[in-house]
Design a protein. Structure first.
Lengths: 313, 313
DNA sequence: TATCCTTACGGAATTCGTAAGCATG
DNA sequence: CATGCTTACGAATTCCGTAAGGATA
């Protein structure tokens, strides 16, 4: 058993059991891939893949069990390398943060400016993605830190930390009748076409929930991934916008008005997530501390080690 | 990075940094060991060992951090092999149970008889050891299951399950004055020389605690590792015995009498322990089920997976 | 027929072990 | 001077990639 074999097993599953692709992905020959698989199966005395003739179709039961261990081992191998870099070049490296548009645009700029100043030699990769992509990148080890409001569900593989709380607000064009309706009600809003976030983005779930609880079926005219698009179409008069209040800028958004709506929609919590057992460089902890003072390295480490206890460092 | 290198790192620590011994232990040459260490350090760009001249003295800080990951990876490698055997030869294999004399002698015979009948092709190794040895064997992966009353402290690496409850009792020679003292009191017992278990064995802690709580200092004349020795000396008239009640056999122990003492000493709980993340063969779960009906495979698996949650199978 | 996997085989690279050299206590 | 680590170098082994062959859709 060697690491190349393990990498091949993992890659074979990822590439849908096409060994030719696996060979390309791992920069080796297809024949070698084939042989490695056979060797490993022989060594273990178990067939790992379901075959039909010469094609591979999927994992056998033992293969499925094995894959879990294989992935952990390869992840640990990565951790070892990261750990070594940590010591050899402690302020040089890379940090990948995956997040949504809303956070990237409105919450993170301050944090990132600060971080770049403190760690000029760390290459910060800010990757913008949807809920599924965020989770996949975290679990796949491609991203170190995730920041999102939705989608970061409680999973045993992830450790989540509340970052900040915020509310949705209404955005309307100057002079819109809703500006006169105080107090604002869900019923009043439901009379107009609504422009808001896509399902699964930036607290959209909470919005739907609020209307559903009030037995209202709002007319969602249009959905967008980000507040900038929402504002654009509200300004064009296509409807009223429901979006994160921090995305409104009184100076720049001259033609629009913000209406507080914290009494109508449940509070949203934007969380920071890391994968348990994923080795984080020192500066990754600094990044999290920059986001929220209370999320110290100790707090994050103890909550994110695989055993869920406090004996780490 | 390859497995041989990792094995060498681990073994180097275990063998107190004597590379010659490491070579012998891993059935390879000492020069190869030396080179592997150097290669790995070079690849990682970090010194893993503290050196004085040409001698290795200990781990550096990065070395310490690394060792944790290395051990998990090697453990996973072992798990993979065990897992494969599980499928290739599902009722053939080996099961190592480490336990104390008391359990081996009085609690387990029935379980083991039953187990051997169900799994004739599994080689059952029953290893008898003291508290420290039991823990070391579990953590080192040499034993699959531990059964003990003391010493199996709550550790994050271990999952513990209550097996059965029992009490200490008094054992005296026929015609001993304590047989007339009803109700029996700690004070009365403390008047006689006492023969009981070694510190740390078979609930000895509870016995000491009971006397201490009553502000008594008993005269512990002699200590033994097992009840058979205790009974022998009680029979010789050297003192009164305090031992596990299930170790008394009215037929065989003719010259002795048992006096119930459950009102004097706290209850003891004998536990079954497994190491989290240590892969157990199917028959290992059967063994535990034979001990206690309620400890089904599902119960044990969900409590002993490293994340401590219920999503395992 | 185009794609995909297996096997065979020669060359490349890695690993291993002996032996000699040097440091330590 | 006995023990222990490093380095050097040839031998053994393993790994890799090309190429040919057979199976599948």
């Amino acid at each position: 058993m060697n690491f190349q074999q393990l990498r091949i097993i993992r890659e074979t599953v990822r590439r849908n059991f096409n060994l030719t692709e696996v060979g390309n992905a791992l920069f080796t020959s297809q024949s070698g891939v084939s042989k490695h698989i056979k060797d490993l199966e022989e060594e273990l005395g178990v067939e790992l893949f379901v075959r039909k003739g010469k094609r591979l179709l999927g994992l056998t039961d033992p293969g499925k069990d094995l894959l879990v261990l294989v992935e952990r081992m390869l992840h640990d191998a990565q951790n070892i390398k990261t750990l070594a870099e940590q010591y050899s070049q402690c302020d040089v490296g890379q940090l990948t943060v995956v997040t949504t548009h809303t956070q990237a645009r409105y919450a993170l700029p301050k944090v990132i400016t600060e971080f770049k100043k403190s760690f000029p030699r760390v290459r910060l990769k800010l990757h913008q993605g949807g809920p599924q992509e965020i989770i996949d990148m975290l679990l796949g080890g491609e991203a170190d830190i995730a920041i999102a409001t939705e989608g970061l569900a409680e999973m045993p593989e992830l450790a989540l930390f509340p970052y900040y709380r915020w509310h949705h607000a209404l955005v309307v064009p100057v002079g819109h009748p809703l500006l006169e309706r105080t107090p604002l009600s869900l019923e009043a809003i439901a009379d107009y076409p609504i422009i808001t976030y896509h399902a699964g983005f930036t607290g959209r779930t909470r919005i739907d929930q609020a209307f559903a609880d009030a037995s209202l079926t709002p007319d969602v005219e249009m959905t967008a991934l980000d507040a900038d698009v929402i504002k654009t179409y509200v300004e064009l008069g296509l409807g009223v916008g429901i979006m994160a209040s921090m995305a409104f800028n009184p100076q720049r958004d001259e033609g629009l008005r913000l209406i507080d709506a914290r009494h109508l929609f449940p509070e949203n919590i934007t969380s920071i997530g890391v994968r348990r057992g994923h080795y984080l460089r020192g500066y990754a902890y600094r990044f999290i501390e920059l986001c929220a003072d209370h999320l110290t390295e100790q707090v994050v480490r103890s909550a994110s080690n695989p055993l869920g206890n406090q004996d780490a460092l």
